[in-house]
Design a binder for this molecule. Structure first.
Ligand SMILES: [Zn+2]
Length: 280
């Protein structure tokens, strides 16, 4: 599942279509097999001739803004991705759902194998901000300066105190954009055991965790900027995230710091990887 850094990379890779004029937004034939894509063509038709002004990322959502009031909210879901089509001869990927044709190439296409991607259309930007998951969205972990005090205030709330930190980090109301990979990696960097209850974390540990989250999310974006994670960017490149991961997906491999075996546990139905010697 794409996490915040992957979505940020998708956004950055789409930079080359910003400012271009939309010729047509087409829902593919395949998309019409799914109810969520039906009856959307007439709205998309209204955007023909508009310019794509900006793509904003909030948490794991992308917001497409045009030179008119309407906005399109897009979530990549489990497997959705935007792919750049550089010329006419490039075939559509096999799970294409939405194709945006511009006045000049490249065009972009939303490809979504597992079909959890979402498009929602709003009359204006203010209305998107009222969308519940966006309204409740926590700190943007990719801000240039991580708001540590806000993080300390949020994590100090009562509803988290008796929960395991490994589960709490996935709550998008705390820090938006953290998914399963960066949850494990942030805890490994902060040397905190994921099974600790939030109320047992000292102020020092909470600060260290906040700073680790920020470091890990930025590192993820940087490493994807050059090469790419199993998640492909719109240019079709593969990623290199696994190279720097300390614990994620490394069950039974040796911890690089202490040689102990990395453990995998399940918290709230999601895998967590950690070293129980380094992370206390
Ligand atoms: Zn270790």
């Amino acid at each position: 599942m794409p996490e915040g850094p992957e979505v940020e990379c998708v956004k950055r890779s789409l930079k080359q279509v910003i400012g271009k004029k939309i010729r047509k937004i087409k829902l593919t034939e395949l998309s019409q097999k799914y109810q969520k894509y039906q009856n959307k063509q007439s709205f998309f038709d209204k955007l023909n001739g508009c310019r794509l002004k900006e793509i904003e990322r909030i948490g794991k959502f992308l917001i497409f803004k045009f030179d008119r009031e309407e906005v399109v909210l897009n979530h990549l879901g489990m497997s959705g991705n935007w792919i750049l089509l550089k010329n006419k001869s490039q075939a559509l990927p096999s799970h294409s759902k939405v194709l945006i044709e511009f006045d000049i190439f490249p065009n972009i296409v939303f490809d979504d194998m597992r079909n959890f991607g979402q498009f929602k259309i709003y009359h204006n930007y203010e209305m998107v901000l009222q969308h519940k998951p966006i309204q409740k969205m926590g700190i943007d972990g990719l801000l240039a300066v991580f708001p540590l005090n806000e993080f300390l205030a949020k994590i100090g709330k009562n509803n988290y105190s008796n929960r395991e930190i490994g589960s709490v980090l996935l709550d998008q109301k705390l820090v938006a954009g953290i998914g399963n990979i960066y949850k494990s990696e942030s805890l490994a960097l902060a040397k905190i055991n994921p099974t600790r209850l939030v109320r047992t974390l000292t102020l020092e540990e909470r600060k260290k965790l906040g700073n680790s989250i920020s470091k890990i999310l930025h590192k993820a974006v940087e490493s994807m900027g050059s090469t790419f994670n199993s998640f492909r960017n719109p240019d079709g490149n593969e990623g290199s995230g696994q190279i720097w991961h300390k614990v994620y997906g490394k069950q039974d491999e040796k911890c690089k710091e202490c040689g102990n075996e990395i453990t995998r546990i399940v918290q709230n139905k999601r895998s967590t990887f950690y070293c129980h010697k380094c992370q206390i």
